[in-house]
Design a protein around this ligand. Structure first.
Ligand SMILES: *Cc1c(COP(=O)(O)O)cnc(C)c1O
Length: 340
């Protein structure tokens, strides 16, 4: 740790000391196991490898000015992982076991929780994967749940900076009654090709439209979308959007700031009317959107002054970060303070 340059950290993998695991077999989960190897052994016929039985989560731990470590909305992640398990027929992990494993994973890697001043944090990645060897297509009966951690840098190295997004109509991330609402690797695989096209053209990510009609905004890369206008926080509602915990939190904070909050289908043309737009998720909290290009329709939507984030986005971002780092009171009980 002595050699970690906290301010140079990116959003990447760095081996930490321990990870925590439990195995599902014969209808029950084993006691938690702490391991120092970052390898897992899988049968080559595992359902996770062949039939996509794999779900994950992402959350963070923050070191406050007071030196205390806070984990943000862990219970929400536990519940969402259960929903993912139901979505692709995997064994559900009890919420308490999830929380216990997350806490243990952080406690065993305290030296990797970045100092307050760095603006960095400890990313926590829970993973649940089907491990039973099968060739026939049916839900497996053995699973592995593992939680590992890795320190990650402040998402915006050069400050909170808006970036452009691209609308692509010839790719779908998730179908209306598909797996879009659960956090499974398959949805990411489905979005990779479109994402690379966007990156190659100089965009931050793809703004996906609804798969059926291509009329409404869906997700913004691997993040939820929101727009701001007339003192209102507007975020799309659809049956293919992953319920972001960051978005859920921002809606509460927007109301606290005296804004109206609307969750409803958002037609593409409405982009024209937004004063600000953003992508939200655990990795960055808010990634301000500078511009959305719709090349097929020869249209460009620009938000405010393209090079600076909007005032509301900045306010929401600062407020959420302040709660995460313990600088602002945790009114809603979102934070688990570690006893260490
Ligand atoms: C994880 C994820 C998000 C963001 O969710 P948070 O809980 O805010 O991190 C948004 N969209 C997709 C597709 C995701 O997988």
């Amino acid at each position: 740790m002595e050699n970690i340059n906290w301010s140079e950290l990116t959003f990447g993998y760095m081996k930490t000391d321990y990870n925590v695991r439990t195995y599902y077999k014969d209808g029950k989960w084993s006691d938690l196991e702490v391991t120092d190897s970052d390898q897992i052994t899988l049968h080559m016929a595992s359902t996770g490898l062949h039939y996509g039985q794999e779900a994950f989560e992402g959350l963070k731990a923050f070191r406050g000015k007071d030196g205390k470590i806070r984990i943000f909305r862990m219970r929400e992640n536990a519940l969402r992982m259960q929903a993912s398990c139901r979505g692709i027929m995997m064994a559900e992990l009890p919420v308490e076991t999830f929380e216990e494993a997350v806490i243990e994973a952080v406690k065993r890697n305290l030296r990797f929780v970045p100092p307050y001043e760095s603006g960095a944090s400890l990313y926590i990645r829970p993973l649940l994967i089907g491990t039973s060897p099968q060739v026939g297509v049916k839900p497996g009966n053995e699973y592995l749940f593992v939680v590992f951690t890795t320190p990650v840098g402040p998402y915006f190295k050069s400050g909170f900076k808006p970036a452009p997004y691209l609308i692509l109509r010839n790719f779908d991330r998730a179908a209306p009654h598909g797996t879009g609402t659960v956090k499974v690797g398959g949805n990411y695989a489905a979005g990779l090709h479109a994402g690379e096209i966007a990156h190659d053209k100089g965009y931050s990510a793809v703004l996906f439209l609804d798969a059926k009609e291509k009329k409404y905004i869906d997700e913004c890369g691997p993040a939820n979308f929101f727009g701001i206008k007339n003192n209102t926080y507007i975020t799309p509602e659809s049956s293919s959007i992953l319920p972001s915990i960051t978005n859920k939190s921002l809606m509460v904070l927007a109301e606290e700031l005296g804004m109206k909050v609307e969750r409803r289908p958002v037609p593409v043309e409405e982009l024209e009317t937004f004063e600000e737009a953003g992508a939200c998720g655990t990795a960055a909290v808010i990634s301000p959107v500078s511009r959305i290009d719709d090349l097929e329709k020869n249209k460009s939507y620009v938000f405010g002054n393209e090079s600076e984030p909007g005032a509301v986005s900045v306010k929401l971002y600062n407020k959420l970060r302040a709660i995460q780092y313990g600088d602002e009171e945790d009114k809603y009980g979102w934070v688990t303070v570690l006893e260490v």
